[in-house]
Design a protein around this ligand. Structure first.
Ligand SMILES: [Zn+2]
Length: 529
């Protein structure tokens, strides 16, 4: 510094730098992301900005002097977006898999679990587990009707008594007080399927008192999907609770192409002033249990009771007949649409469809033999399945709808185990790669909105889902020209490409395409975050 003029200039710049940083905080920023194209989650077009983070929060967005930060990360002109909020997860076991790598690697920084009628019933101790076992992701939970019901009246196929209903309401109330974000149902599953609408309304009233949401796996997604959507909307209308219809779809060939009508029911409800949204994963196959092929009444009381029914010749014949009728009504000719994801009793069946398995096990594969095979597998403990029952055109028209959120319906994956649905590894990347870049079905900004601010708004996560000063510093950096899912139905254990960095509460959990081991997630309790 031999030139005194340059020295003075240096001093002046030094002074300026610190006086600007003094506007936001005394100390420098913890982290500064430079050279980013920000898609802020509102749906607005991207803009160029630096993003500064301090104490896990976004504190400044704009042109920011680099000297102000302890750490600087160059986004290299990639997209910086809010971390994805996956409102339809099944991650009750997440504390055994705290890195939640399949979610982190697809850009998901917050999860809502407890969907489809199945959750923990003690929300306080569940979310309290963060203290012993921090997670890489943030986590919220719903309180699930099916789990509450089964705690009070097991798998019994009957209405609760007044006293039992009161106990169910109390469990829901305690869960809501302890931070559950709403009530979920799984009205196709045991025991949810044994509940009439009025029972759900009673519990939805309790959730609504605490400003929760009602998220429903509706009673039927196939032949009677219209009635099932109407039931969900009716529950919203009777109680005033906002309704989210989970994994919105049409899984009966008879109704393929009728998304104009199914979405129309939701649009009409919204026009009436009801808050109704839907969520969706970006695939034409669903994943659920083998048990759902059997009629609900045949499953009452649990598997041992179900096996007793199958042992009775006349009852077995009735079950077979109903399975055939349901199949015929939805216009599938056999069970080749049904692939095994995981079958504990015989892992060799994983990845094969029921028709192939029947051929292998029985040397024949006619429909009757396939149904026998299904019943034998049910009796042997059941299986997790992947059902190829949707139409791509329907998936696309649901995705285009402004009130549709993107959510995976996935659990925490254990790398290499079974042949699970690929959505658990690829869902968000698939939307951004296939539907945004390749098919141009959506603008990038709109797809991001469906993964960020819309889920945050819908599930009451008040300081997440946007790149905004004061908001939690959950964000993802990706190359929109390269982002793509790689997980397939045949080979699902593959992480997506194109996402370089994922931050949760200001810390990098995924940096330069590698997990860092950081576990900076927090419990998201209704009303708090
Ligand atoms: Zn479901």
């Amino acid at each position: 510094m031999s030139n005194p003029k340059i020295f003075l200039l240096f001093l002046f710049t030094f002074f300026l730098t610190f006086s600007t940083s003094g506007q936001t905080a005394d100390a420098p920023f913890d982290l500064l992301i430079t050279n980013a194209r920000v898609v802020d989650g509102t749906g607005n077009p991207w803009f160029r900005a630096d993003v500064a983070i301090k104490n896990g929060r976004i504190v400044k967005i704009g042109r920011i002097a680099q000297a102000d930060a302890k750490q600087i990360v160059d986004a290299k002109n990639q997209i910086l977006a809010p971390g994805f909020i996956d409102v339809h997860a099944h991650t009750e076991n997440i504390f055994n898999h705290p890195d939640a790598e399949n979610f982190i690697q697809m850009g998901v920084t917050s999860l809502v679990t407890g969907n489809c009628g199945s959750s923990v019933t003690d929300v306080e101790s569940f979310l309290g587990r963060y203290e012993q076992t921090p997670l890489a992701v943030n986590l919220a939970t719903l309180i699930a009707h099916g789990s509450v019901r089964s705690k009070v009246l097991g798998a019994e196929n009957r209405a609760p008594t007044a006293e039992e209903l009161k106990r169910m309401e109390e469990i829901v109330e305690t869960a809501m007080k302890n931070g559950a974000v709403g009530l979920s149902t799984g009205l196709i599953y045991v025991p949810g399927t044994y509940a009439k609408t009025d029972e759900v309304i009673s519990l939805a009233q309790v959730a609504n008192k605490y400003q929760g949401i009602y998220a429903s796996h509706i009673r039927n997604e196939g032949d009677t999907v219209f009635e099932a959507i109407a039931e969900a909307i009716n529950i919203g209308e009777q109680t005033n609770i906002p309704v989210d219809i989970s994994h919105f779809k049409i899984s009966s060939k008879k109704h393929w192409g009728k998304t104009g009508e199914t979405l129309g029911l939701v649009r009409a409800a919204r026009e009436k002033g009801l808050v109704v949204t839907v969520d969706q994963y970006a695939y034409t196959a669903s994943s659920t249990s083998l048990d759902t092929i059997l009629p609900g009444w045949a499953l009452a009381g649990g598997r041992e009771d179900g096996k007793k029914r199958l042992a009775d010749k006349a009852t077995r014949a009735k079950i077979v007949e109903e399975i055939k009728k349901t199949l015929k009504d939805s216009r599938f000719k056999d069970f080749s649409y049904a692939n095994v994801a995981t079958y504990a009793a015989n892992k060799e069946y994983n990845g094969l469809n029921i028709k192939e398995i029947t051929k292998r096990a029985k040397g024949k594969d006619k429909l009757d033999a396939q149904i026998e095979q299904i019943l034998e597998m049910y009796a042997a403990g059941g299986a997790q399945m992947v059902y190829h029952k949707m139409d791509e055109a329907d998936v696309q028209s649901i995705m285009r709808e402004p009130f549709t959120m993107i959510a995976s319906d996935s659990g925490v994956r254990q790398f290499g185990e079974g042949v699970p649905h690929p959505r658990g590894y690829g869902n968000n990347a698939r939307v951004l790669g296939r539907y945004v870049r390749e098919l141009k079905l959506l603008a990038l900004e709109d797809a991001i909105r469906k993964m960020t601010s819309l889920p945050a708004q819908t599930f009451g996560l008040r300081d997440r889902g946007l790149i905004r000063e004061g908001f939690a510093a959950d964000f993802v950096i990706f190359d929109e020209t390269r982002i793509a899912d790689r997980a397939t139905f045949e080979n699902p254990h593959q992480y997506p490409v194109g996402i370089s960095n994922v931050y949760v509460n200001g810390a990098a959990v995924f940096a330069d395409e590698k997990m860092t081991g950081a576990r900076t997630g927090v419990a998201l309790r209704r009303g708090e975050n």
